[in-house]
Design a protein around this ligand. Structure first.
Ligand SMILES: C[S@@+](CC[C@H](N)C(=O)[O-])C[C@H]1O[C@@H](n2cnc3c(N)ncnc32)[C@H](O)[C@@H]1O
Length: 198
């Protein structure tokens, strides 16, 4: 990434956060260290279907694209049209839907995919309205194949706050216990990467 593009994307991200903090959830895109840790959970198989929720400026998308096997199906979904346009300009071959993650089942059906093997999420569940979070988690639960995995991150400083704890409790109720948790210090702010299996 050129530094001019990086600066432009950071400014775009900050501007979006200032206009809509609950839906963007962070003042800056994820670091490469966090993106790499998130991408470690992506299954590398030509038969797999991988979905990213809330790609924003593409910090995680870039790492996912690097690890995908040839032929592996990958869909990125963001609700913000400007983020989507930026992603499509950067990766013209990227399958990017501009819409709500809550509509994941119909997006999968439209592609005639049998289900999703892995979802990685950069959505700010701790700040999204509770009804939207519930609808998105229900959509993920319906779309994942049995044994499919869901990976997200939570910032360390907010890990014990009621919305973060509530999210993990809802995940445990829907998916069972978390199967892995790793700490990424090289991110602002530091974050835990969390994975559940359906
Ligand atoms: C914290 S940003 C994460 C961006 C990127 N994944 C990263 O880690 O740098 C959250 C992203 O979620 C998107 N978003 C918020 N609500 C959404 C929804 N209901 N469906 C899809 N995307 C949504 C926002 O537009 C934003 O791009």
């Amino acid at each position: 990434m050129t530094s001019r593009r990086a600066i432009g994307e950071h400014l775009m991200f900050l501007g979006k956060f200032l206009r809509n903090p609950r839906h963007v959830g962070s003042v800056t895109p994820s670091s490469r260290a966090l993106a790499r840790e998130m991408a470690r959970a992506v299954p590398v198989s030509p038969a797999a279907v991988v979905v990213e929720l809330g790609p924003g400026t593409g910090a995680l998308t870039r790492q996912v694209i690097e690890v995908l096997a040839p032929g592996e199906r990958f869909l990125a979904i963001d609700i913000d049209p400007e983020f989507c346009a930026n992603l499509r300009a950067r990766w013209p071959a990227l399958d990017c839907e501009c819409g709500s993650a809550a509509d994941l089942p119909s997006m999968i059906a439209a592609r005639k995919w049998p289900g999703v093997d892995h979802v990685l999420s950069g959505l700010p569940f701790a700040s999204l309205p509770a009804a939207i979070s519930r609808a998105i988690l229900a959509a993920v639960g319906r779309s994942l194949v049995k044994g499919g995995t869901f990976t997200t991150f939570q910032y360390v400083h907010a890990y014990a706050t009621p919305p973060a704890v509530k999210f993990r409790r809802e995940m445990a109720a829907d998916f069972g216990p978390m199967i892995s948790r790793s700490l990424v210090v090289r991110n602002f702010p530091p974050a835990y990467v969390l994975t559940w299996r359906k």
